[in-house]
Design a protein around this ligand. Structure first.
Ligand code: DC
Length: 227
């Protein structure tokens, strides 16, 4: 199986790039942030404090997660119901980051992620894919961009979804979240030693996709089918 790990902070363009690369190579795109977001959603619905490790851990046995691919996109099912866009709000970004700090949450999601990569060729995006989840991935890329560029991309995504927010609010929230994700003790956002660093500030999607496909070809000899 081909395993590609794409890590980096929020708004670096990981998911957009990964989706496009998956389509070009005919492999599965796995958005691991959606899993943490779904746990955050359950914690929110149960009115628990996402920063309270014991409270969050106590809720894990109630959670059954399933990833399904529908119309070419990834959907997460929480206890049998599709979460849809309910996990895509700024509030759920915060909840996801807060719950992702807790070791029991990371342990809970570890095998789900590894199993998908064992059974399918994947490009998986997250924070700790190259370091913890798939240390043997054939291709590891750590994607980043300037904070301003990342905040603007996130802001445009949110506005396109009809979420009313300002660029300043997105930048503040993003900086706070990145600091927590990179500063946590277990599996922080980090580039694996053997990862390639890719700063895509000012790159458009086509350029970023071409770059990643070039790295994949160079490392594995795998090229996208023509057409
Ligand atoms: O990629 P995202 O913005 O959807 O991720 C939401 C949060 O989930 C992120 O702030 C930290 C957490 N996360 C993580 O800890 N490890 C991952 N592999 C993916 C996401």
């Amino acid at each position: 199986m081909l395993n590609i790990a794409l890590d980096g902070p929020g708004g670096a363009g990981k998911s957009t790039i990964a989706k496009a690369v998956a389509a070009r190579l005919g492999i599965v795109y796995v958005d691991t942030g959606a899993l943490y977001r779904t746990i955050g959603l359950h914690v929110r619905r149960r009115n628990a404090d996402p920063s309270d490790c014991a409270a969050v851990e106590a809720l894990l046995p109630e959670i059954s997660l399933e990833i399904r691919y529908e119309d070419g996109g990834q959907q997460v099912y929480l206890n049998g119901t599709c979460v849809g866009d309910a996990i895509r709000t700024p509030e759920m970004s915060h909840y996801a980051s807060a719950v992702s700090v807790h070791p029991p949450v990371r342990a809970f999601l570890l095998e789900t992620q590894r199993k998908i990569a064992r059974e399918n060729s994947v490009i998986m995006d997250g924070r700790d894919i190259g370091t913890v989840i798939l240390p043997d991935a054939q291709v590891k890329i750590f994607v980043t961009a300037s904070p301003e560029c990342r905040a603007e991309r996130r802001w445009r995504e949110l506005v396109a979804k009809g979420i009313d927010t300002t660029l300043e609010a997105v930048l503040t929230e993003m900086n706070e979240r990145d600091a927590r994700d990179a500063g946590r003790e277990l599996a922080p956002t980090a580039a694996a030693e053997d990862a390639l660093l890719f700063d895509n500030t000012g790159f458009d999607l086509a350029q970023s996709v071409a770059f990643v496909l070039g790295v994949v070809a160079g490392k594995t000899g795998i090229l996208p089918p023509r057409g």
